[in-house]
Write a protein that binds this ligand. Structure first.
Ligand SMILES: [Zn+2]
Length: 248
């Protein structure tokens, strides 16, 4: 993942019947004027050992996501504040959680009263209707950024800590020898170790793995996917992690 991938969703206004204005800042990037976030109350979930200046600058513009649950409280996905606003104004939110609003969206001014409408977006919302995800048979999609975060950016062979760009998805049983491309058969390895192991088995190379791979739970997957998660939402998710999770 790189910082540029965090640039998204400015001023789309997905809420029906509303439009949200955006304004150019001095650096030329369009940002939401009406979105108030609390950067000091959020944390970055990342095993990166360092961040570039550019990434640090971009972090302040990263929109926080709303955690979407089904009506029974099972997490479904992350959504933008605009999407959450759409659900709030159309009445599809069953209940919500979180102390302070994640964002405050300002709508139009009422011509008669002169009062501007304000919509507070909670950090966690539960939607009415059918759940899209069954908690018990959900296998999160395997991607390299999530794999590296699962493994805390540590090479499973030499123990070194590396950035995304210097890590690889290593198949413990090589795919050339019928090893599967699944969470349970992959681990993060630095390029050097990956090259050394090649298409051999660990036993053939007299190598040992420093940690075991595992399939992330749905809650872990949400933590792995969320790049910028507010502290109270992070706490809510980590409270539901399985015992022994490396993300807790
Ligand atoms: Zn290594």
């Amino acid at each position: 993942m790189n910082a540029s991938m965090r640039q998204h969703e400015t001023g789309r206004g997905q809420s029906p019947g509303r439009s949200f204005k955006s304004k150019k800042k001095s650096n030329g990037r369009a940002v939401r004027l009406d979105q108030v976030i609390h950067p000091t109350q959020s944390i970055e979930i990342s095993g990166h050992v360092d961040r570039t200046d550019k990434a640090n600058r971009n972090q302040s513009h990263t929109p926080l996501r709303v955690l979407q649950l089904d009506v029974t409280g099972v997490p479904q996905s992350w959504m933008t504040t605009e999407m959450a606003a759409g659900h709030l104004v159309t009445g599809t939110v069953a209940w919500y959680a979180g102390e302070l609003p994640l964002a405050v969206l300002r709508g139009g001014v009422n011509a008669q009263t002169g009062v501007q409408s304000i919509l507070e977006i909670p950090p966690i919302i539960a939607l009415r209707g059918q759940s899209r995800i069954n908690l018990h048979d959900c296998v999160p999609v395997l991607t390299n950024p999530k794999l590296f975060r699962r493994d805390r950016h540590q090479c499973y062979l030499c123990g070194g800590i590396f950035k995304d760009a210097d890590l690889t998805r290593e198949h413990i049983i090589p795919t050339s020898r019928q090893g599967e491309d699944k969470w349970i058969n992959v681990a993060s390895a630095c390029k050097t170790c990956n090259g050394l192991k090649g298409n051999k088995l660990l036993s053939e190379m007299n190598m040992e793995m420093l940690y075991a791979p595992y399939v992330p739970s749905l809650y872990e997957d949400l933590l792995l996917r969320g790049r910028h998660i507010r502290a109270d939402v992070h706490e809510w998710l980590t409270s539901k992690l399985p015992k022994g999770s490396r993300l807790s």
